[in-house]
Ligand binder design. Structure first.
Ligand code: FAD
Length: 398
């Protein structure tokens, strides 16, 4: 039997995270709905509690912590902000600053990471375009080498953190095509958005997560220094998955946090609300749903912490990247839908009130729905699982 139980340090961290969230996040969750981008005071609070760049090396101001501890923070933030905006800000900055930390050049790391850890520079991810999301090998954005710089042309769309990057001098870890070799011809680099000539940002209103901005940007003859390349040229597709897998694991725990909080709300409600002379929690029709959702969310919790533990094992050379892909895809393939179903039933238990904007659970419903797509769709996760079960020769797109 493998032991992946929490350490004493991790248990203490969870306690302090819950206190931090009660103090700094929950009371501010309302303001996020009008914000349209992450309010500066929340970014400062996250940075002040050393939650940005947790897996960044201490020499760049980070904590150099492990993925499971990062997952604990994600779960607690998921409980605290039902809209999921703060957890998304947290997981995007952490996952992509980790990739920069691992594969970026020394100069780029010195320049970007100390600021992102302090919340002064947003680090996002931009792979998706209007015409492609899952099928990265067919992307249109191009990068070419020209003397001591790279030149980039194209567009990115449906990207989180456009406003944060332009306001806080941040940028996005970006994937573009260097040669026509499909996924083997993609390169990854850091693209600063603020005041960069040739970058035109656009904004889109999404269904939930009002506290983080969403949109895209056009890229017209944008010149970037060679120090912004992340890893080797044409290896971007492989490197980007290390960030995506970390982010997907954190998303699993955001869903656990959001659904657990909704179930707590639901339990309190069904004990009080009476219909036909009894609290509705006395009826089996409600109890069975509660039991089913509780089991699913606990199973998801176990599955996801194990996946992040596997990620940690891989970092220590004790698991393969395929082990990580499989474990993470298992969690990401169900987390959004299971959390959605649980939250949806909690709303149903609350009758007409559950369908009002005053019900906090509706924000959670809209928030977790984003994760059926963001950072890799449910269907693509199932393809990864099937690839591991059947072998690469069964991949439909090969
Ligand atoms: C809220 C939100 C935030 C996001 N933030 C970012 C971000 O910060 N950065 C970023 O780069 N992207 C971001 N995305 C984009 C996200 O990564 C893409 O939506 C996702 O990868 C799917 O791509 P697509 O939307 O182009 O759908 P497509 O790839 O066009 O797919 C359309 C549908 O077909 C399904 N499908 C595709 N291929 C197959 C197949 N072989 N078998 C079965 N079904 C298939 C998909 O699962 C999907 O349901 C975000 C999306 C959302 C909704």
């Amino acid at each position: 039997m493998v032991d992946y139980s929490f350490t004493e340090e991790q248990e203490l961290f969870r306690e302090s995270m819950r206190e931090f969230c009660a103090r700094e996040i929950t009371p501010k969750a309302e303001m996020l709905e009008q914000a349209k981008e992450m309010p500066e005071e929340i970014i400062k609070a996250l940075a002040g509690f050393e939650l940005l760049g947790m897996m960044v090396d201490p020499e760049y101001g980070g904590l150099g912590t492990d993925p499971v501890t990062l997952g604990i923070a994600a779960e607690e933030l998921g409980r605290a902000d039902p809209s999921c905006a703060v957890p998304v800000f947290f997981l995007v900055v952490n996952s992509w600053s980790y990739v920069l930390n691992k594969y970026g050049t020394d100069e780029a790391k010195q320049e970007i990471l100390p600021k992102s850890v302090k919340g002064e520079q947003f680090v996002g991810i931009a792979t998706t375009e209007s015409d492609i999301g899952s099928d990265l090998g067919n992307m249109k954005t191009k990068i070419r080498s020209e003397g001591d710089k790279y030149v980039v042309n194209g567009e990115k769309m449906y990207i989180s953190g456009i406003g944060e990057a332009t306001k806080y001098s941040g940028g996005h870890v970006t994937l573009a095509k260097m040669t026509d070799a499909g996924t083997r011809g993609l390169s990854l680099f850091y693209l600063p958005l603020k005041d960069t000539p040739g970058i035109t940002p656009t904004y889109i209103e999404e269904l939930g997560r009002e506290g983080i901005s969403f949109g895209g940007f056009n890229i017209e003859n944008v010149e970037i220094p060679k120090r912004y390349l992340i890893g080797e040229e044409n290896k971007g597709f492989y490197i980007v998955h290390e960030g995506y897998e970390l982010a997907r694991g954190l998303i699993g725990l955001v869903c656990v946090g959001a659904a657990s909080k909704a179930l707590d709300n639901g339990i309190a409600y069904i004990k009080e609300r009476k219909a036909f002379g009894k609290p509705i929690g006395k009826y089996e029709g409600i109890q069975f749903k509660l039991a089913e959702h509780y089991v699913r969310i606990q199973a998801l919790r176990e599955l996801t912490y194990k996946a992040l533990w596997t990620y940690d094992q891989e970092m220590k050379g004790q698991a393969s990247r395929f082990d990580v892909s499989m474990a993470i895809a298992m969690s990401k393939s169900v987390c959004s839908n299971w959390a959605f179903d649980a939250i949806n039933d909690v709303m149903q238990w609350q009758g007409a009130f559950g369908y009002t904007k005053e019900c906090p659970d509706q924000k959670a419903l809209r928030g977790v729905r984003s994760f059926t797509l963001a950072e890799g769709s449910v269907e693509i996760m199932k393809l990864i699982i099937a690839r591991e079960l059947l072998g690469k020769e069964f991949l439909a797109y090969r």
